[in-house]
Design a binder for this molecule. Structure first.
Ligand SMILES: C[S@@+](CC[C@H](N)C(=O)[O-])C[C@H]1O[C@@H](n2cnc3c(N)ncnc32)[C@H](O)[C@@H]1O
Length: 425
């Protein structure tokens, strides 16, 4: 694995996050190193968390107040009278944004240090220059993601997504004691806000999450290592959009996060839990990563590949012989119709050459897996999962019927010998 990790000197315990598998406290290995092009990304992402409060108030309530006061007085009276009380709604939305912003600010505060940013730069007034709409959307969607991963109310959605992985693990290792599970190492690529990786470490497994998005890494680092107690933040996941709400209380609904106190629960996990920052293929398609994990659990992840063949080889590489790949999720190919560098997040790869995605069906992915050297042991449809995009009461919901499969790495890579594929180039 490359040394492309964020140092853990800022973290409160040995389960620091994100951190290198080799726990380096050497300041000279700080990530990203000076001059790295990633430094730009870090400041952009920091800036987007930093600006959330101002921009969310601006776009959600300020502009609507302006619209309201530009209306004819008769209409203003209609809308401001109970039970619509539109101006009260805007005040309540301001409170909701303020609560969300407390979380965004907390993420910003700890990330400056943890991600090796320069506080002087962050204090510079120019630092607060407006991030683009795309960056701000990532902040809003990351905040919303806390609902599924870290609220009590998100439990049902978590069950639908992570249940098949946990079920398969208990099928295989259910007889193991808590201590025996320590010797089973699991990799969770595209770990998002790290709930699955966290849950598996709490169950006793040795678990590493991998993630390449700084929005996600900063948010999970905060919740895992720095949130002071369970239920310490109130989050209003659905406040950012006015569409498809049956009731105003639905839009304004607040949930508390995290539903548990991660740092307390991880204390006993110590080194068994880690997060590795970086692109999956770049981090795990290496000789050092070869045959290091007993299980690779991909949840809503493989469709993030530009080239799914690269992902499958990487999973194969990271697994020990006889190791298990557990997959759940749909195939919503993230890069369909777009031209991107082959491994987004690794702009240096292939000299930044732009390519189109390789998008396969489930059948084809499984054939490919067998060709590479997996034996598909079980497969099936996931329980219907409901994605409550705009709240439980929303008029718009997404239902997915993803697939799960369990495939075992056989001893020999079948179709392509190591020297023929570009695994280690
Ligand atoms: C659809 S989300 C799923 C997140 C998480 N597994 C879950 O179920 O909540 C896909 C995640 O993979 C991450 N990701 C995408 N491409 C990646 C790559 N090449 N390396 C590492 N992470 C990646 C994204 O940043 C995102 O957090």
């Amino acid at each position: 694995m490359s040394d492309n990790h964020i140092p853990n000197h800022c973290a409160s315990s040995s389960h620091s996050h994100p951190h290198p598998p080799t726990h380096s406290h050497d300041e000279s290995s700080a990530y990203p190193p000076a001059g790295s092009s990633d430094i730009g990304d870090i400041y952009t992402v920091l800036s987007s968390y930093h600006c959330y409060r101002r921009l969310a108030h601006l776009s959600l309530t300020h502009t609507r107040r302006q619209t309201f006061y530009a209306l004819p007085l008769s209409q203003q009276n209609l809308l401001s009278a109970p039970p619509i009380s539109f101006l009260d709604t805007l005040n309540s939305l301001d409170e909701a944004v303020s609560n969300n912003a407390d979380l965004a600010d907390a993420i910003f505060e700890v990330s400056v240090d943890c991600f090796g940013a320069d506080m002087e730069v962050c204090r510079d007034p120019r630092f607060g220059k407006l991030p683009n709409a795309d960056e701000m959307e990532k902040v809003r969607s990351t905040l919303k993601q806390f609902y599924r991963d870290w609220s009590a109310e998100g439990e049902e959605e978590r069950k639908a997504a992570y249940g098949p992985v946990k079920d398969e693990l208990s099928r295989r290792f259910g007889e193991h004691s808590y201590e025996e599970k320590h010797s089973i190492s699991i990799l969770v690529p595209g770990a998002g806000l790290a709930r699955l990786a966290f849950d598996l470490a709490v169950l006793g497994y040795t678990c590493q999450g991998n993630e390449h998005s700084f929005h996600q890494l900063m948010a999970s680092n905060y919740i895992l290592n720095f949130s002071p107690s369970a239920n310490c933040h109130t989050l209003h996941p659905w406040c950012h959009t006015f569409s498809n709400h049956r009731t105003r209380s639905g839009q304004l609904k607040g949930v508390t996060i995290p539903d548990v106190h991660p740092a307390s629960l991880l204390r006993s996990a110590g080194d068994r839990f880690s997060m590795a920052a970086g692109s999956f293929v770049r981090e795990y398609n290496t000789p050092e990563s070869k045959a290091t994990f007993d299980v690779v659990a991909t949840v809503f992840f493989i469709d993030t590949a530009v080239n799914v063949v690269d992902y499958l080889y990487t999973i194969w590489n990271a697994l020990k012989p006889g190791g298990v790949w557990i997959n759940t999720g749909p195939l919503l190919w993230h890069w369909e119709g777009r031209e991107v560098v082959r491994d987004p997040g690794d702009e240096d790869a292939d000299g930044g050459e732009k390519v189109k995605g390789v998008e396969l069906t489930v059948e084809e992915v499984l054939v490919l897996a067998e060709k590479i050297g997996f034996k598909v042991e079980r497969k099936g449809r996931m329980d219907r999962g409901e994605y409550v995009g705009a709240g439980e009461e929303s008029m718009l919901k997404y239902v997915y019927e993803g697939e799960y499969w369990v495939a075992v790495k056989e001893g020999v890579e079948k179709e392509v010998k190591e020297e023929e594929n570009d695994l280690f180039e």
